[in-house]
Design a protein around this ligand. Structure first.
Ligand SMILES: [Zn+2]
Ligand SMILES: [Zn+2]
Length: 375
């Protein structure tokens, strides 16, 4: 007990010191500098099927199109937010900052914009943060009739633009790019796929579809993705900062969870081509049923803690992850909260099995995965 008290005391002293630690400047003894700790938020998630779970954002903007931040800021932000990889995908056709800057600087229009600059700047800084940068761009057309498409893993964004959106998509595909249908329900009265999107799908040009973009969630597009052999993704499409949009309200930023052989760009591309992804946004996880079930089961430890004579009893469910789960069990109409890094007790029947519906996971409209766990 004494040792415990001593340790507790030491911890308190350390906490007190680190909160106000400062260093006397060698060049000026009258100057003290506060020590600023900038920490990365680690997000604990399980690996599944022998693959590494990578936290990625496949859609982000900088002030090279209409975002508020520099490409370098996006890298620092991604690191702080716990990501492994981020795609820099500035708009091709919508770049209001160009004309704003020309106006601020009072210069004449300076010719064609180089569409690779933001990616290049992000790539330059990223290695020192251990962040992988997926080069990309967003083909940006009328959201009602055509829609927006991300081209990822592009090699030269300047060779993509074309008046015909399908030709632009084909130009990207000629670079071996991954094509993704973005925010299918944004600025529209429904989330039905547009005619050009359907045509691109029919031509085999599309690899993925967003089920989550910013605060928006489109359950019907999970089904579009799965029915068309596409990956399901959840991305920020961030224009302001992740602090403004997510962190200040206590949320993680949206993520596409990519189940990859290793933490490399080529393994991420392989995983996208193999459709091994889940989408995360504001606590909602979506994707293929089988991956959802595996991910949930790998997230939770199930343990019997007491058994009655008739075989029924009480189990302990421990959520080892940073995600919160909402579950339903037979005989209980309300959701049971299984918070991040926490345990709850639940009863089980005489067959020593638990039937669990995961209410915050979706593989389609009103489709929640259900697992049966033998204790
Ligand atoms: Zn867009
Ligand atoms: Zn966008």
């Amino acid at each position: 007990m004494k040792q415990l008290i001593t340790l507790f005391g030491a911890a308190l002293i350390c906490a007190g010191l680190s909160a106000q630690d400062r260093e006397q400047a060698s060049e000026n003894p009258d100057l003290y500098r506060h020590i600023r700790d900038v920490a990365r938020k680690e997000i604990l998630l399980p690996d599944i099927d022998g693959y590494k779970t990578l936290k990625t954002d496949l859609h982000a903007h900088t002030f090279y199109s209409d975002g508020d931040c520099s490409p370098e800021y996006r890298i620092k932000e991604a690191w702080r937010d716990g990501l492994d990889a981020i795609a820099i995908t500035d708009h091709i056709e919508y770049r209001p900052t160009d004309s704003k800057m020309e106006k601020y600087l009072q210069v004449e229009k300076r010719g064609e914009t180089d569409l690779n600059v933001s990616v290049g700047l992000a790539q330059k800084l990223a290695p020192s943060y251990g962040i992988l940068v997926i080069p990309g761009t967003e083909i940006t057309r009328n959201p009602r009739e055509i829609g927006h498409f991300n081209a990822l893993f592009t090699t030269d964004n300047n060779k993509i633009p074309n008046d015909d959106p399908l030709v632009a998509i084909r130009n990207a595909k000629a670079q071996d790019a991954i094509i993704q249908i973005n925010h299918p329900g944004w600025a529209r009265n429904d989330a039905l796929l547009t005619e050009p999107a359907k045509q691109a799908l029919a031509e085999g040009l599309v690899d993925g579809i967003e089920s989550v973009n910013g605060e928006e969630f489109y359950p019907r597009n999970i089904e579009d993705a799965l029915n068309n052999n596409c990956y399901v993704c959840g991305n920020t499409d961030i224009h302001d900062t992740s602090y403004d949009f997510y962190l200040q309200s206590g949320s993680y930023r949206n993520m596409t969870l990519v189940f990859a052989e290793d933490a490399t760009l080529s393994a991420i591309k392989d995983a996208l081509l193999a459709r091994r992804t889940l989408s995360y946004g504001f606590g909602t996880i979506s994707g293929p049923k089988e991956l959802l079930e595996k991910f949930f089961l790998a997230s939770i430890d199930f343990k019997k803690i007491s058994v009655k004579d008739n075989g029924s009893g009480t189990a302990l469910l421990t959520n080892k992850t940073s995600f919160t789960y909402y579950i339903k069990v037979p005989g209980c109409s309300v959701n049971i909260l299984l918070p991040a890094l926490s345990s709850i007790r639940l009863g089980f029947g005489q067959d020593a099995k638990m039937q669990i519906t995961v209410s915050n996971m979706y593989y389609g409209v009103d489709k929640n995965p259900e697992v049966v766990v033998a204790l």
